[in-house]
Design a protein around this ligand. Structure first.
Ligand code: IMP
Length: 429
């Protein structure tokens, strides 16, 4: 039995899909536990690049069963489209291979319209959401008026609940946001159709996962977003509305605390974020362009879900240490080390300054980050292209030193380093 969690140790987009893809080779079950199609995981296998938003990325392997846990908010239209895309690529997606929790919540066009309406109303205080309806879907969940997948089993009850939901949304759109009302009839018709297609996939996934563990099987929980986007532990209010940190896995899959065997934290060799909010090590100008890339390549720093250019900056160890703490990370994976080739020197943020005071840890958590300036340790860079390197010994000495320094500062081993987007471009340690 093993239960491995992969979490993003930064603001999402750390390259978790890659790491999951490697670990999924040994997993019986791959599971998503939070968020929805705000996530975007890019996995390249041979000539084919998959951009998955809802399905667990481990499903690109032929053997594991995929679970969409109760902690998720799922747009059925996106899910059905993605299931079809993956089928077209030759993978089997059927109710034996994919199970959706009866307690996961549905995202409707109502949630999406409210997401846009609220962002517009926030004006200069906008969060920069992905506009996929995530926040409003979790809002209805917490308000106890959400639509859970189990309701799809009874079309009459579903139709009536969906109608009530859309009436409420239309009231809000008209009276709070002065937006056009949605066409209830069309949405209900579409959603009854989606319900028919997805009904066979609805399962008590917590029970399924528990029995699997009890019979010695292995589960890989795939994080979406990242630690600093966590509703409680992130840079609030510039966060998502779920719990992507490791404790969210237990709630989001319905499993007990004692079952976890490993927590892998995935961090990029530098820092990125999309959307608004504080970012102490952010870079602009030429340095930023070098880290971001032009957008011509799949792996350049542009959002997988929205295509927005990501903000980029130097690696922030204060935040990484914080991520280690709130997730209980047992080992790290460092991605995109190849992007740092060619810099004469690199900066690692090891503390913050506010006025005359220096802090090596966050005095009040990440939400207060905007008040602090990064303090850097400068380390030498390396010139060599490392994209074809596959072993630790072959890495340039300065790249080894960069990795060793991160290990020292976080007090954790880095067991995997990625040096390019291909499945094979990794160094295992
Ligand atoms: P929401 O999750 O769409 O509500 O967006 C809230 C914040 O989280 C925004 O800053 C988004 O850019 C960010 N966000 C949501 N999902 C992801 C992700 O998968 N990667 C990176 N940022 C994300």
């Amino acid at each position: 039995m093993s239960f491995t969690i992969v979490v993003g140790a930064q603001w999402g987009d750390e390259g978790k899909g890659r790491v999951v893809d490697l670990l999924a080779a040994d997993a019986d079950i791959v599971a998503r536990y939070c968020g929805g199609d705000n996530a975007g995981h890019t996995v390249t296998v041979g000539q084919k690049t998959f951009k998955l938003h809802l399905l667990p990325s481990g499903l690109v392997h032929e053997h594991p069963v995929g679970l969409l846990g109760n902690g998720m908010v799922i747009n059925p239209k996106t899910l059905l489209r993605e299931m079809e895309e993956v089928r077209q690529a030759g993978l089997v997606i059927n109710p034996e291979r994919l199970k959706i929790s009866h307690a996961a919540h549905l995202i409707t066009p109502g949630h999406i319209a409210l997401d846009s309406g609220r962002e517009k109303a926030r004006g200069s205080k906008m969060i920069g959401t992905t506009k996929r309806g995530i926040g409003p879907a979790y809002t209805t969940k917490v308000a106890r008026s959400g639509l859970r997948f189990e309701i799809l089993n009874d079309p009459d009850i579903f139709e009536s609940a969906l109608n009530d939901h859309l009436e409420d949304v239309n009231f809000q759109l008209m009276n709070l946001y002065q937006e056009e009302q949605l066409d209830k009839g069309q949405i209900i018709q579409d959603y009854l159709d989606f319900a028919g297609q997805l009904r066979p996939y609805i399962t008590e996934t917590g029970d399924y996962a528990h029995r699997a563990l009890a019979s010695g099987k292995s589960i890989l929980a795939e994080g979406a977003q990242g630690t600093l986007l966590d509703l409680d532990h992130g840079t609030y209010p510039y966060v998502t509305s779920s719990t992507p940190t490791a404790p969210g896995v237990l709630v989001g899959l319905g499993l007990g605390v004692g079952s976890v065997t490993r927590v892998v934290g995935v961090a990029k060799a530098f820092q990125t974020r999309v959307g608004e909010g504080p970012f102490p090590t952010e870079l602009t100008g030429d340095l930023a362009l070098r880290l971001r890339g032009t957008g011509e390549n799949d792996w350049d720093e542009f959002g997988t879900t929205t295509g927005r250019p990501r903000r980029v900056g130097w690696l922030d160890i204060v935040l990484l240490r914080y991520a280690v703490r709130v997730n209980g990370i047992t080992d790290l994976a460092l991605t995109k080390l190849d992007i740092l080739s060619g810099f004469e020197t690199l900066q690692i943020c090891t503390g913050y300054r506010k006025g005359e005071s220096i802090f090596s840890d966050l005095p009040l958590g990440p939400a207060s980050l905007g008040d602090f300036q990064a303090e850097y340790e400068e380390v030498p860079g390396w010139d060599e292209d490392i994209t074809s390197i596959r072993s630790w010994e072959e890495l340039p000495l300065m790249a080894q030193k960069y990795i060793n320094r991160i290990e020292e500062l976080t007090d954790l081993p880095i067991k995997l380093v990625s040096v390019g987007p291909e499945r094979s471009q990794v160094i295992m340690r």
